[in-house]
Design a protein around this ligand. Structure first.
Ligand code: SAM
Length: 482
């Protein structure tokens, strides 16, 4: 972070603007909006500034830059059209330890003016540190469109009730829950619709309800959330919402790190992907931790790669919660077979090529840990096989399938790091996919696809590093540039 964003309270504080033109006037008006006491220093004043002077809203020193003024002012703006004068102002301010902004010269400024979304008392400041002002402006425009006009009224309304709520709900977590519900539920909607009186009345009953619920609450809740196969944008909206509200986030190794930034700043983040001596050894510890946190009254987001109920042991965690009588929700995620197939151009079914799809784990298929797999069924024609955790067992799996009658020339592909910018696809047939993968270096995580649909990847594949970079994350449109 090159700059520290702060919001200054300028009411009654003396601020100096050096310059008398339109640019200076814009700065003066911003300062006046923040109730600062403004002095303008310039030999001449443009029309707007003259009017402000006549209305006694500003003071003026009608002379060339007077360095003696700096000492008596908190903030200094240099807004003349003369670079030498602006730099002299900056040098004098710097020497006197005053914060100074030179218009359009971030390098010589000690602070910059951000783009502002003003829903007072709610303020949002956007800055690119002077590097991409157009981008900052586009982002501000997005926020302007997205944020309700009455959001400031909602913030002001909450401010009026703050002390009352603090007294009624002394517990900080209870207060947080109350406000979260108030802002996202009926109370917030009423204020945003301009029905403040109705909201005031409803607030009292909401407070009573919350106090009662808190008194009877003995534990928190667990949310088993599928985070998708890798691309962080594949998280569901509900998963996103719950992640933002969690007190504790227990996350897996395969969860996109970017997703963790959506958790609350004060949420406890625990990487359970690294605990224990392996997934088998650590599962009991994960279950125990989950129960412990929920029993302690926490809202726990258990963020799992892909879908929690597809080879994710989510059902074991849910069973532990159910047995302990603790509440939980399960939010599905996009499983790797779906996500990687979509990004690699491999549909799971396709008219005339595959009428069924089977997900199987390489562990079960090659080691028969869950009983000997029904190889004949897995080798049946007209279906797509997606094999998770196939890893180094590719050759054994391919041999079994061929032995049970699946043609050796059946298309097969290994998708590595699917849906991520570094996604790789190794294509071949059942006969040679193991050798090709060994040659290319397989990496992890990886999925094996077998079936005629794999042949469509050449035509339907679209994911490249360039397409990932081109994703319109900010939903910026050409019109935003105008
Ligand atoms: C323990 S399983 C978890 C599966 C997860 N619950 C799901 O629904 O996708 C992990 C396996 O999923 C597959 N996998 C997960 N993410 C992947 C990705 N981005 N690319 C390729 N395979 C992936 C790999 O086979 C990996 O070994």
């Amino acid at each position: 972070m090159d700059q520290l964003p702060i919001f200054l309270t300028l009411r009654g504080q003396r601020c100096l603007v050096v310059g008398g033109g339109e640019v200076a006037e814009r700065k003066v008006r911003q300062l006046l909006a923040a109730h600062a006491a403004v002095t303008v220093n310039s030999p001449q004043l443009a029309g707007g500034l003259q009017e402000l002077l006549a209305a006694k809203r500003i003071e003026a020193v009608l002379s060339p830059f007077d360095a003696g003024l700096i000492d008596t002012h908190l903030l200094v703006y240099a807004a003349t059209s003369d670079t030498a004068v602006n730099r002299a102002v900056a040098a004098a301010a710097h020497q006197a330890l005053r914060l100074c902004n030179i218009v359009d010269d971030p390098t010589h400024s000690s602070f910059i003016s951000p783009s502002i979304v003003d829903r007072s008392p709610l303020l949002i400041a956007v800055s690119s540190g002077g590097r991409a002002p157009v981008l900052a402006r586009m982002l501000r425009q997005q926020l302007e469109r997205w944020l309700p006009l009455r959001l400031g009224e909602l913030a002001a309304w909450a401010g009026q009730w703050r002390e009352t709520i603090k007294t009624r709900l002394p517990d900080i977590a209870a207060r947080r829950r109350f406000w979260e519900q108030a802002f996202s539920g009926t109370l917030g909607a009423q204020v945003l619709a301009g029905r403040t009186q109705a909201a005031d009345t409803a607030l009292h009953s909401a407070l009573d309800a919350q106090a009662q619920a808190d008194a009877s609450r003995t534990h928190g809740e667990a949310w088993l959330v599928g985070a998708g196969p890798g691309d962080p944008e594949l998280l569901s909206l509900r998963g996103f919402h719950l992640l933002q509200h969690a007190d504790v986030v227990l996350h897996d190794r395969l969860v996109a790190p970017e997703l963790l930034a959506f958790a609350r700043r004060d949420a406890e983040l625990i990487d359970v992907g690294k605990t224990g001596g392996g997934p088998g050894a650590s599962q009991a510890a994960i279950n125990e931790l989950l129960l412990e946190k929920v029993r302690a009254g926490k809202r726990v987001c258990r963020l799992k790669g892909g879908d929690p109920y597809v080879f994710g042991r989510g059902s074991e965690e849910a069973a532990a919660l159910a047995q302990a009588g603790l509440p939980f929700q399960v939010i599905p995620g996009i499983t790797a077979a779906n996500g990687c197939g979509a990004y690699a151009g491999i549909p799971l079914t396709h008219r005339g090529l595959a009428q069924a799809v089977t997900f199987v784990t390489g562990h079960a298929a090659a080691e028969a840990t869950a009983g000997e797999p029904d190889w004949a069924a897995l080798a049946a024609l007209g279906q797509t096989l997606v094999i998770y955790m196939s890893g180094r067992k590719l050759a054994a799996i391919a041999a079994e399938l061929i032995a049970r009658g699946r043609g050796s020339q059946t298309p097969a592909a290994v998708v590595i790091a699917g849906t991520l910018p570094e996604q790789r696809i190794i294509s071949g047939t059942l006969a040679d996919i193991a050798a090709r993968s060994a040659e290319a270096g397989i990496g992890s995580p990886a999925l094996l696809y077998v079936g005629e649909v794999v042949g469509l990847a050449g035509q339907l594949g679209w994911q490249t590093p360039a397409s990932t970079a081109a994703r319109p994350n900010l939903e910026l449109r050409p019109g935003d540039l105008q």
